[in-house]
Write a protein that binds this ligand. Structure first.
Ligand code: NAD
Ligand code: TYD
Length: 334
């Protein structure tokens, strides 16, 4: 078992679900969360568990914060990033700074102080379009958004620190996650919370763009497998539950689950550089770690939709703050 794990970005959507997963499945492991608390970082995500881990507020791109934390830790799971494609189209610089320079800062600290394991959370978006097959780890990287390109830079920087300095790193490239505590700028929580407020669901373009959906806990169990194992250093693993759905199909499930009419669907201007299909093949992960997803899509989606419906005290304060200004700017240009 890993003894003391530094989780960067642990107050965000996947990071907070991962901290929850680790405290439940590996209570002997000490967790230190490093998070800048950007608009997407939310201490409410882990408020019920706040006595069970250490929290440091700080920037992953600041070596004066990062170095002493890495010195104290045995392993690192690196989630911290700017993550929303639409925001990267408006402000690419923040993505370059955090996603690339932040990863560099962490890698330099790992080189200086040594770590047993460095699990880097990359994304399937680094492949760009999955034209005629779900992307394989050996496929070329052809990212289309500044977000995806920044993640691709970080992903290959991690590999270079393995190849050059022997940092024991593994890289996870996961498909689109869904589940509780996702910031409501992303498709599923945006559409659910809009629907709950009687607002339109803004579908970009024709809405037949495909994403490969996985429950966040299945992503967490895959990361755990990579964290607990030794070996496979420098390797990349796709993570997927093989659930390809387009945006209109997602909107349909949400509206049916909430008993609402499809008149709420509104087609709006398309996203520039909009990827038609993201999907990955996770055979390598399944064969290497004997991992498989345990959440079936239909039931887990319905549970997720109900989680947002039952927890307005979590998303209402978010939607009335920074999010409202973002939403007005993003969706009035349509
Ligand atoms: P998120 O936006 O919900 O959370 C990001 C977290 O990082 C926030 O808590 C934020 O405060 C923190 N952060 C941002 N900049 C920081 C900085 N400079 N220093 C320290 N902390 C900082 O994102 P998420 O959806 O939880 O994604 C987590 C990771 O998983 C990201 O690396 C993302 O690229 C990757 N990923 C996400 C998905 C998905 O579907 N959401 C899929 C595959 C991979
Ligand atoms: P998103 O949640 O931003 O994730 P990704 O990083 O995969 O782009 O978007 C998922 C899909 O939903 C993508 O095809 C864009 C589409 N989408 C809309 O149609 N309307 C919206 O308001 C949003 C946020 C996304």
């Amino acid at each position: 078992m890993r003894e003391r794990v530094l989780v960067t970005g642990g107050m965000g959507f996947i990071g907070s679900n991962f901290v929850r997963y680790m405290l439940r499945n590996h209570p002997e492991t000490e967790i230190i969360v490093l998070d800048k608390l950007t608009y997407a970082g939310n201490p409410a995500n882990l408020a019920d568990l706040e006595d069970m881990f250490d929290f440091v507020r700080g920037d992953v791109a600041d070596s004066s914060v990062v170095d002493p934390l890495v010195e104290r830790c045995d392993s690192i799971v690196h989630f911290a990033a700017e993550t929303h494609v639409d925001r990267s189209i408006a402000h690419a610089g923040d993505f370059v700074k955090t996603d690339i320079y932040g990863t560099f800062t962490l890698l330099e600290a790992a080189r200086k102080y040594g770590v047993d394991r460095f699990v880097h959370i990359s994304t399937d978006e680094v492949y760009g379009e999955a034209v005629d097959h779900p992307s394989l780890e050996t496929d070329e990287l052809a990212p289309k958004s500044p977000y995806a390109a920044s993640k691709a830079g970080a992903d290959r920087l991690v590999f270079s620190y393995f190849a050059t300095y022997g940092i024991p790193a593994v890289i996870s490239r996961c498909a689109n996650n869904y589940g509780p505590y996702q910031y409501p700028e992303k498709l599923i929580p945006l559409f659910v919370t809009n629907a709950l407020e009687g607002k339109k669901l803004p579908v970009y373009g024709h809405g037949r763009n495909i994403r490969d959906w996985i429950h966040v806990e299945d992503h967490c169990s895959a990361i755990d497998a990579m964290l607990q194992s030794d070996g496979y250093n420098g390797e990349t693993f796709n993570v997927s539950a093989n659930e390809e759905k387009n945006v209109l199909e997602i909107a349909d499930i949400i509206l049916k689950t909430l008993g609402l009419s499809d008149e709420l669907i509104e087609h709006v201007a398309d996203r520039p550089g909009h990827v038609m299909r993201h999907a990955v093949d996770a055979t390598k992960l399944q064969n290497t770690y004997d991992w498989k997803p345990s959440h079936d899509f239909e039931n887990s989606m319905r549970r997720t939709i109900k989680w947002y419906a039952n927890n307005p005290e979590w998303w209402r304060p978010i939607r009335s703050g920074e999010f409202r200004r973002y939403y007005e700017k993003q969706y009035t240009r349509m």
